[in-house]
Design a protein around this ligand. Structure first.
Ligand SMILES: Cc1cc2nc3c(=O)[nH]c(=O)nc-3n(C[C@H](O)[C@H](O)[C@H](O)COP(=O)(O)OP(=O)(O)OC[C@H]3O[C@@H](n4cnc5c(N)ncnc54)[C@H](O)[C@@H]3O)c2cc1C
Length: 195
């Protein structure tokens, strides 16, 4: 496609949005790259072990609909993983499998620290420069698919100091006090971000 840039399209983030976008443009004649600071499906890898996807998959298929958790029209995490409500690790494995199948150009361990418009390499000032610890990467287009999970707005609501964001919880264990009642000392915010 265009010249003067390292890539036509730079996708930041290898979650469902980033991997899904990379598959969608895979058949186009564009030179693309997926830049991921951690690993494919990193947000899901951080889920507490007990957590499951709530979105159902199988029931909708009875009506010919797609798996609601699928990122491509021809895959189904429910069928691939043989379960309707996968854990975070299982869903991340599905994302890895899709990436592997399409041989997507994913670079992990690359944190995009900033994005600025118009690198000097391009005469008309279009395009973007992405600053990373590995150096500057230029591209004609940028798809920001970095999600919200890893950017909680802690402290943005009154009394939020009494709650923790789900991204900082490793395990969800049910505990009971001596009187048999559940302890109620912890509020967990089960959201992409606390607003
Ligand atoms: C507790 C919980 C339960 C959920 N349950 C469901 C459910 O049942 N069904 C459902 O459909 N959805 C569910 N969701 C929502 C779902 O997880 C999100 O909608 C989904 O992860 C968003 O995908 P994404 O690709 O936009 O972002 P993410 O999955 O967060 O991916 C973003 C990626 O970008 C990377 N990244 C971030 N910043 C940078 C950077 N600067 N440079 C490089 N890489 C970067 C991250 O490491 C990450 O891998 C749930 C979310 C939570 C928190």
């Amino acid at each position: 496609m265009s010249s003067g840039f390292d890539y036509d399209v730079a996708i930041v983030g290898a979650g469902p949005a980033g991997i899904g976008t990379a598959v969608a443009i895979d058949h186009l004649e564009v030179d693309s790259i997926v830049l991921e600071r951690d690993c494919i499906g990193a947000s899901f890898r951080q889920w507490p072990a007990e957590m499951r996807l709530l979105t159902p998959s199988f029931p909708a298929n009875a009506f010919g609909a797609r798996d609601l958790n699928a990122i491509t029209p021809d895959t189904s995490p429910a069928f691939a993983l043989d379960r309707e409500h996968p854990t975070g690790d299982q869903y991340a494995a599905y994302l890895e499998a899709v990436s592997e199948f399409h041989d997507l150009p994913v670079r992990t361990g690359v944190d995009v620290e900033s994005v600025s418009p118009g690198p000097a390499t391009d005469a008309d000032g279009s395009g973007f420069a992405l600053e990373t610890a590995d150096g500057t990467i230029t591209s004609d287009y940028v798809v920001w698919a970095a999600g919200q999970f890893q950017y909680p707005s802690d402290g943005s609501i009154p009394a939020s100091s009494h709650a923790v964001h789900i991204s900082s919880v490793d395990r969800v264990v049910s505990s009971r006090g001596r009187n048999g009642r559940r302890d109620s000392g912890l509020v967990v915010i089960l959201s992409d971000r606390s607003q």
